[in-house]
Design a protein around this ligand. Structure first.
Ligand code: DOR
Ligand code: ZN
Length: 454
């Protein structure tokens, strides 16, 4: 067996940076240290950073049913390019992942991808969220959670939680009001994570009724900040009542951050069933980087749900990252074709932004102190480090969704992402294997790149 020595790199975890060599044999990390002498082949990675394969806990890979936008193969290739080796995939496909058979079909497709790795040289671990819009889907979830057959046990291991939409978004999967509380109750009993897309339907409906304009920037007014706050409050109330592990997806507002911050202070005696209430949240790179000022240049390319907000909200999201309120950065990678995005009626253009390939280089650029958005040349970067990236894009999602991944440590087999923190380049969609063929970050200068995955 040949023993590979990675020499001269710095291992980054959520709370440390360690300059050390790594010996790998048969895919397993056999040794970590400064003077490893027993090896057959040496790879010099002086000056490079070694990150555990990142986890993106919010992606839409579009298969089955929407393969003209993306497939598991194309979007996995994009993920790997961005140092992401594990993804949690959303249920708004066709059919939606709301039945056991739809989940089984996705699991089979992901396994087939691993069996036939070309042209992806590295494996990707795809986990799936189970969607629920009505009582039949809740019955299927119960079968999944309680099943003892080998098949159901296998499927349960591939399912990372439940996804609930509190208002319609792409795929029209709003959960019915009469089933919502039961989902929180069942997931509370099983300690099963519930991810909520927090927008309130009636608030959005009122905003839409008041609008007569058609330009794309209006999208941010049609789904106002209060809508997110109302939906988050509703979800927190139910989660506290039923001790449900609650995760708020793509937080986008100042009010939302404040609600999560306060809920995290909740003591066990504030919660109905004692000590198991937990609330976590994620923020998407596009909400951390864009503001409504960017509509002028980027138009429908940055139309997304929840929408891009003002600089005040973006600042609050960064505050939430820095004080630990925000647990994860997740891309909400949501490819649509350019033709679809270029709908002549901007408000009819589908919402969603691809981002799984660009998250890491953008975050590395910010960690290097360079604000990547070229429209804001004088902006200063928040104090943000590569350790923060590992905390937000690996350690926390790994814990929240029980993914069982390992840091770079002795005795484990785990993908290692080799990052060149000094490499400067420009983002081009033509370099990204994602099927949609465009990125809102086209031409942006970034500092830091994935060199390879070992
Ligand atoms: O903008 C969005 N796009 N928000 C969602 O909730 C869904 C996603 C998609 O699937 O395109
Ligand atoms: Zn999403």
């Amino acid at each position: 067996m040949s023993r590979l020595l990675l020499h001269g790199g710095t291992i980054v975890s959520a709370d440390s940076e360690t300059h050390a060599d790594i010996a790998i044999e048969d895919g397993v990390i056999k040794d970590i240290g400064t003077y490893i002498e027993d090896y057959d082949e040496e790879v010099d990675i002086t000056g490079k950073l070694l990150l555990p394969g990142l986890i993106d806990c919010h992606v839409h890979f579009r298969e089955p049913g929407l393969e003209h936008k993306g497939t598991m193969q194309t979007e996995s290739a994009a993920a790997l390019m961005g140092g992401v080796t594990t993804v949690c995939e959303m249920p708004n496909t066709i059919p939606p992942t709301c039945t056991i058979s739809a989940l089984a079909d996705k699991v089979r497709r992901a396994e087939a991808l691993l069996e036939n790795p070309n042209p992806n040289p590295n494996p990707i671990d795809i986990r799936f969220f189970f969607g629920i819009t009505q009582d039949l889907h809740l019955a299927a979830l119960l079968e999944l959670l309680n099943g003892t057959s080998q098949e159901l046990t296998h499927l349960r291991a591939r399912c990372c939680g439940v996804k609930l939409y509190l208002d319609h978004s792409t795929g029209d999967q709003k959960v019915r009001d009469d089933v919502l509380e039961d989902v929180f109750r069942v997931c509370g009993q099983h300690h099963f994570p519930v991810v909520v897309h927090a927008e309130d339907e009636s608030t959005n409906r009122v905003a839409a009724a008041q609008n007569t304009r058609t330009n794309v920037a209006v999208h941010s007014l049609l789904r106002p900040a209060e809508s997110e706050a109302i939906a988050i409050e509703r979800a927190i109330t139910l989660a506290q009542k039923h001790s449900t592990p609650l995760h708020i997806a793509h937080l986008s507002t100042e009010q939302g951050v404040e609600l999560v911050r306060n809920a995290k202070k909740c003591r066990p005696f504030d919660c109905a069933q004692g000590d198991t209430f937990s609330i976590t949240c994620e923020v998407a790179p596009h909400h951390l980087i864009f503001t409504t000022d960017d509509y002028e240049r980027l138009g429908t390319l940055i139309k997304v749900n929840p929408p891009i907000r003002s600089a005040k909200h973006r600042f609050a999201l960064w505050q939430g990252i820095l004080d630990g309120t925000v647990d994860c950065i997740a891309t909400d990678h949501a490819p649509h074709t350019l033709d679809e995005k270029n709908n002549p009626e901007p408000l009819r253009s589908p919402s969603g932004i691809p981002g799984v390939a660009t998250m890491l280089p953008l975050l590395l650029t910010i960690a290097a102190g360079q604000w990547p958005n070229p429209a804001e040349p004088n902006a200063t970067c928040p104090p943000f480090s590569v350790r923060d990236i590992v905390r937000l894009c690996f350690a926390n999602p790994n814990r929240i969704f029980h993914l069982g991944k390992h840091d770079i440590e002795k005795g484990v087999s785990t993908p290692i992402v080799v990052v060149d923190p000094a490499k400067e380049s420009a983002i081009h969609a033509s370099d990204i294997p994602s099927l949609c063929g465009w990125t809102p970050y086209e031409g942006w200068r970034v500092k830091g790149a994935v060199q390879k995955i070992i």
